[in-house]
Design a protein around this ligand. Structure first.
Ligand code: PRP
Ligand code: MG
Length: 211
């Protein structure tokens, strides 16, 4: 029996995810080019998956746990349990508008076009505020949308803020803050739960040593 863990195949979480496993004393054979790798000294199998697919894999029990951004869980996996916050890949999901746009409040987005990769997150935020907007769902390079006339505003991840800056946008509403977390499948078995407990024990030691 092995604990099946999903991590991001490529992107901002990939390296830090592998690093935390390494700091936990878990060595993983090669990786990345293969979609699956085994740990040498811990009962664990690593699956390299696309971020957005991970919530469904957890739900289906294809993997037992995953290292994933909270922002992805808010968007696609609010039903999933978080076992541990991991303290890296901190970011926020925010609304932004062109610097030249006069912006006073969320009311200014009434009836406007918003480009985003996080439609559920934006929708529920706007609903709470009583705002109706037209969402344009795009999967990447969202910040370009206002410049090419596709949208009046965007909603995307902000980390350093440099993508907003480069595209002449200003952050106007912070919808949520996020960091990497360890999320758990509702279908995890009892033996796997025991391995998960060992993993969490090591993670806590690593995180407290990092402080
Ligand atoms: C991500 C995200 C933002 C940017 C935020 O994009 O979608 O655009 O990083 O980071 P920053 O505030 O430090 O600039 P990424 O570069 O991963 O590409 P993508 O949007 O095409 O997926
Ligand atoms: Mg981007």
């Amino acid at each position: 029996m092995k604990l099946k863990i999903a991590i991001q195949k490529s992107g901002r979480l990939n390296e830090d995810s592998l690093n935390i496993l390494k700091d936990c004393g878990i060595s993983i054979d090669n990786g990345k080019d293969q979609l699956k790798a085994s740990a040498r000294n811990f009962p664990m199998e690593v699956f390299y998956l696309r971020n957005g697919d991970i919530p469904q894999y957890l739900r289906d029990g294809v993997v037992d746990v995953a290292i994933i951004g909270e922002n992805v869980l808010v968007e696609k996996g609010e039903d999933l349990r978080i076992a541990e916050k991991l303290g890296f890949s901190k970011c926020r999901v925010s609304l932004a508008v062109p610097k030249s746009t006069k912006y006073k409040s969320i009311e200014d987005l009434q009836g406007k076009r918003i480009a985003t990769s996080y439609p559920n997150t934006v929708e529920s935020y706007l609903n709470k505020k009583g705002i109706k907007a037209e969402l344009h769902i795009i999967s990447g390079s969202v910040e370009i949308a206002p410049n090419i006339g596709l949208a009046d505003a965007i909603c995307d991840i902000v980390s350093s803020g440099s993508t907003l800056f480069k595209n002449n946008l200003k952050e106007v509403e912070k919808i949520l803050t996020s960091e990497a977390v360890l999320a758990v499948s509702p279908k995890i078995g009892s033996e796997e739960e025991e391995v998960l407990a060992q993993l969490q024990f090591r993670i806590r030691a690593v995180l407290s040593a990092r402080l």
